[in-house]
Design a protein around this ligand. Structure first.
Ligand code: ADP
Ligand code: ASP
Ligand code: MG
Length: 462
C-alpha cells in the first residue's frame, strides 16, 4: 500500500478536488491511504479570524465565516452531482465554528488550545469533500478525522507525537478499511491528546501526517502531491530556471526543507527514514512528470550541490560586548531565554567577532527575545560587559545543500568567491553547518542575487 498526500495547493477548488479524486482513482490498485491538507488559504483564514475575533472585529469575523462557507459550499456544488447531504454537513461543521469565534470575542482572547481546535476545521472540511467526490465516482471512501488516531502531547501548535499509541490506533482503524477496499481520506495536520483534546502538528504539518501514517501502516511509498515538478534546485518563485532534482537522500531533503524548500516539511523525513520508506514529490497537475524521490541511497550526481534554498522575513539578533569573556555562560543564558519563549532559532553564528553571539529568528520573534535578553543582562549591560542587544531586520538565510560536497575540496571557497564577485555582502556565516550544507546570512535585498549567482556557478540551471 501507499500513502498519498494532497496539499492545499492541489485542493484549491472544485476542479482541483476532482483532479485529486482522479489521481486517487487512477492508483487504486496501489491501495492508497490518503492524507489531505485544508483547501488552499483556509488555515490562514481560520487563524487570522481567531485573532480578529479576540480583537472584537465582529464584522470581519462574520465576513470570514461567510467566505469559508462559500468556498466549501461552492466546491461541493461544483464537484458533486448531488451535493445536498454534503452541503448539510459543511453547514453543520461551519455552524459549530461560529460559537467558538463568538466565545473568543466575548473573552477578548484565545488560547493555543482553542487556536488548534479552530485550525483543524480546514482539514475536516476538505476530507469530507474529497471522500464524497470519490464516493460519487463509485470509489468506496470515507473521511477520517485523525484527532483520535494521531496521538500527541498537549504542546499546542506543534504537538509531539506518541508513536507507540499512534501506530496502534492508525493500524487498528485504517488497515481493516484498506482490506475491505475502502479508501480512507485522513485529515492531515490535526492530531489529539489521549484525553481527546484537538492538537496540531505545526503549520504545513500535513506532510508530516502523511509520513506518520505511512510509518504506522508500513507503507511502501509516500506520494506528496503538490503544484511543482518535485523538489527543485531552488524555489521556482525566486529562480525561474530551477530544475527538478530527480533524487535526494533523506539528509539532503531534510536540510533543503529545513532551510526553506516548503514543498516538504522537515519533520516528515524522520518517520520515513525509520521505516525506510521512499517519499515521492509529484505535481498533481502534471502526474506524468516523474518528480523527485527522497530515499536512503541515491546515485551520486556529478555536481556537488543538489539545491539552494532560502528563508526570508528573518531577523538577526546580536548580543555583543568586549566584556563577554565567559561566552559559554552568556550563550547558555541567551539560548535558555530563547528556549523558554519557545522561539525557533534557525542558525547561530559567531562570525562578526569573538565577543558576540548572533542568531537568526523569525522577524516576529525578534522584539520579544530582545526585551527578555535586555532584562536578563541588565546588570552586565550596566557594567558595559555587554554593549548591546541589537536586532537587524530584513535578513534571509541561504543554504547550499548536497552530499557531493562531502570530501570535495574548495566548495566553500567557490560559494563565497562567487558571492563576492557578484557583490553580495555576506552578513554572517552559520556555525555548525553540517558537512552537506553551507549556510549563510544575507540582507533580504541581496537574496535573489545570491541564489541566482550560486545557481549558475554550480550549473544547477543545466
Ligand atoms: P502544498 O500546499 O502542496 O503543501 P506548499 O505551498 O506547502 O504546497 O509547497 C509547494 C511550494 O513550495 C511551491 O509552490 C514552491 O513555491 C515552494 N518551494 C520553495 N522551495 C522549493 C523547492 N526547492 N522546490 C520546490 N518547491 C519549492
Ligand atoms: N493546512 C495546514 C497549514 O496550512 C497544514 C498543511 O497545509 O500542511 O498549515
Ligand atoms: Mg505544504
Amino acid at each position: 500500500m501507499i500513502v498519498m498526500k494532497f496539499g492545499g495547493t492541489s485542493l484549491g477548488d472544485a476542479a482541483k478536488l476532482t483532479n485529486a479524486a482522479e489521481l486517487i482513482e487512477a492508483n487504486l490498485e496501489k491501495t492508497p491511504a490518503v492524507v489531505v491538507s485544508a483547501m488552499a488559504s483556509v488555515t490562514n483564514l481560520l487563524i487570522d479570524t481567531t485573532k480578529n475575533a479576540a480583537l472584537g472585529k465582529t464584522a470581519t469575523v462574520e465576513r470570514a465565516v461567510g467566505e469559508l462557507s462559500q468556498k466549501h459550499e461552492t466546491a461541493a456544488k461544483q464537484s458533486l452531482k448531488q451535493p445536498d447531504s454534503v452541503l448539510q454537513e459543511v453547514r453543520h461543521i461551519i455552524g459549530s465554528l461560529k460559537p467558538l469565534y463568538e466565545s473568543i470575542g466575548v473573552l477578548g482572547e484565545y488560547t493555543p488550545r482553542s487556536l488548534d481546535l479552530i485550525s483543524s476545521y480546514g482539514e475536516r472540511l476538505s476530507s469530507l469533500l474529497l471522500a464524497n467526490i470519490l464516493i460519487e465516482r463509485g470509489v468506496s471512501s470515507e473521511p477520517i478525522p485523525t484527532a483520535d488516531l494521531v496521538i500527541t502531547d498537549d504542546n499546542f501548535g506543534s504537538a509531539n507525537v506518541d508513536f507507540k499509541v499512534t501506530r496502534a490506533r492508525v493500524a487498528k482503524k485504517v488497515k481493516p478499511m484498506l482490506r475491505e477496499g475502502v479508501t480512507p481520506i485522513l485529515t492531515g495536520f490535526l492530531s489529539g491528546t489521549e484525553k481527546g483534546v484537538v492538537t496540531t502538528l505545526g503549520r504545513n504539518g500535513s506532510d508530516y501526517s502523511a509520513s506518520i501514517v505511512a510509518a504506522c501502516l508500513k507503507a511502501e511509498e509516500v506520494w506528496i502531491w503538490s503544484d511543482v515538478d518535485g523538489v527543485l534546485t531552488a524555489d521556482p518563485k525566486l529562480i525561474a530556471e530551477a530544475k527538478t532534482v530527480p533524487e535526494l537522500s533523506y539528509r539532503e531533503a531534510a536540510d533543503l526543507s529545513y532551510f526553506g524548500a516548503k514543498v516538504l516539511h522537515p519533520k516528515s523525513i524522520l518517520p520515513a527514514v525509520e521505516g525506510g520508506i521512499p517519499i515521492w514529490i509529484k505535481n498533481a497537475f502534471k502526474p506524468e512528470v516523474e518528480g523527485t524521490v527522497v530515499k536512503a541511497e541515491t546515485v551520486r550526481d556529478k555536481k556537488p550541490i543538489r539545491g539552494i534554498t532560502s528563508i526570508r522575513n528573518l531577523s538577526l539578533v546580536n548580543v555583543e560586548g568586549a566584556g563577554m569573556v565567559e561566552l559559554s555562560n552568556v550563550a547558555a543564558k541567551v539560548f535558555g531565554a530563547v528556549a523558554n519563549l519557545g522561539i525557533n532559532v534557525y542558525v547561530i553564528s559567531q562570525a562578526s567577532s569573538e565577543h558576540s553571539i548572533c542568531f537568526v529568528v523569525d522577524k516576529g520573534d525578534a522584539s520579544k527575545i530582545v526585551r527578555v535578553l535586555k532584562r536578563e543582562f541588565s546588570e552586565r549591560i550596566m557594567h558595559r560587559d555587554i554593549d548591546e542587544v541589537s536586532v537587524m531586520d530584513g535578513i534571509a538565510i541561504v543554504a547550499v545543500v548536497g552530499e557531493g560536497m562531502i570530501g570535495t575540496l574548495g566548495i566553500a571557497g567557490r560559494v563565497f568567491g562567487t558571492l563576492g564577485k557578484s557583490k553580495v555582502n555576506v552578513v554572517a556565516i552559520a556555525q555548525g553547518a553540517s558537512e552537506l550544507n553551507i549556510s549563510f546570512i544575507v540582507k533580504e535585498e541581496d537574496l535573489t542575487k545570491a541564489v541566482a549567482c550560486l545557481h549558475r556557478e554550480f550549473g544547477l540551471d543545466k
